[in-house]
Ligand binder design. Structure first.
Ligand SMILES: [Zn+2]
Length: 306
């Protein structure tokens, strides 16, 4: 099935190859809109950036389309979250794209996770358990401090491929990181009312966000990353949530509403609905407004003004 998918994607690439437009801009393909936004800031006028996933999708289940293989065929660099976050679509698309520059060992493969302090790195990898976070938790895009490392990786990666523009990328990086730092200082101040508060989320993708803003990730509706809940798991979770006074249930918007609502009602916790990527709600139009939206929505749920 996978072979057939790659073959079909490859045919699409070959068919489109002759239609490639001549364009002098550096073609950057990011896997998610958060990284696309950063690549635009760092590349400025020199780059033309697209994103494979949209903010409303689940990064672990982005559907493959022939147009993505074509996009990657023409790409100069690919920018990814890494840690196998893109396992559902990127390896097969890269194989179909027939573009050696952006293969895993190629110069145009920019893995943004290389300097990130990764949380929840497993001591034992057992794929039979169905874990979809084999390299540790890949959802560091919800932590603005970790994303400074991603911004640096993008600037370094672009500079490695286009040394003639390195000074421009470095300068744009400096400006962007300064902007992020200013906002991080504000966010950390604003987050004070959330200190020590416990949250349960549907999937373990709020870990970095929670730790950054002093909250305690208490558990997930899923049994493990990618392993759907059972009635027994939900009953145990609800019981320990009540005992430990968990205040929030976060439903990431790409997960079903019903169960998260039920868990919140059964335990007296507040239901908070958050996007997991830029573009997941109209307000989260870029990376800074995305963190703004999530933090302010959480603060509102906590009854704190924002
Ligand atoms: Zn995940």
């Amino acid at each position: 099935m996978k072979r057939l998918m790659i073959l079909l994607l490859t045919i699409a690439v070959l068919g489109a190859a002759t239609l490639a437009p001549a364009d002098s801009k550096i073609k950057v393909v990011a896997t998610l809109p958060d990284l696309a936004d950063m690549a635009r800031h760092i590349g400025g006028d020199l780059v033309d950036v697209s994103s494979i996933a949209t903010g409303v999708e689940d990064i672990h289940a982005v559907p493959m389309k022939p147009s993505f293989a074509t996009l990657l065929n023409r790409a100069d660099v690919v920018v990814l979250l890494g840690l196998e976050a893109e396992h559902a679509f990127l390896p097969a698309l890269l194989e179909a794209a027939r573009n050696p520059k952006i293969l895993r060992d190629g110069p145009g493969y920019i893995d943004c996770s290389t300097s990130v302090e990764v949380l929840e790195v497993p001591t034992r990898i057992d794929r039979a358990l169905g874990d979809i976070h084999p390299m540790g938790n890949p959802h560091y895009n919800l932590d603005p401090v970790s994303m400074k490392e991603a911004a640096r990786a993008i600037a370094d990666g672009l500079g490695r491929n286009y040394p003639e523009h390195r000074a421009v990328f470095e300068k744009n990086l400096e400006t962007y990181v300064a902007e992020l730092d200013k906002n991080i200082a504000r966010w950390e101040k604003e987050a004070a009312p959330l200190k020590g508060k416990k949250l349960v989320s549907y999937h373990p993708d709020l870990i970095y966000f929670a730790e950054r803003f002093g909250m305690e990730p208490f558990g997930t509706i899923e049994i493990r990353a990618g392993v759907p809940p059972t009635p027994g798991h939900i009953a145990d979770l609800e019981e320990s949530m009540r005992k430990n006074k968990v205040e929030f249930v976060v439903r990431e918007l790409h997960y079903p509403a019903g169960l998260a609502e039920t868990v919140a009602q059964a335990t007296g916790a507040k239901l908070v609905e958050l996007p997991a990527m830029v573009g997941g709600v109209p307000e989260a139009k870029d990376y800074i407004s995305f963190i703004d939206y999530n933090l302010h929505t959480m603060l509102k749920a906590a009854g704190a003004s924002s």
